[in-house]
Design a protein. Structure first.
Length: 40
């Protein structure tokens, strides 16, 4: 899992990670990327 919490550059980081590994899910107050398919 890759998890992104509150950060001053959150939008930029979310866009970058999404471009690299795919769409995230919003879980409570963090963004989560399931990377099992990417690294498996």
């Amino acid at each position: 899992m890759v998890v992104l919490g509150s950060h001053p550059r959150e939008a930029v980081l979310r866009e970058l990670i999404t471009a690299l590994i795919g769409a995230p899910q919003r879980v409570d107050d963090v963004w989560v990327w399931d990377v099992r398919a990417v690294v498996g």
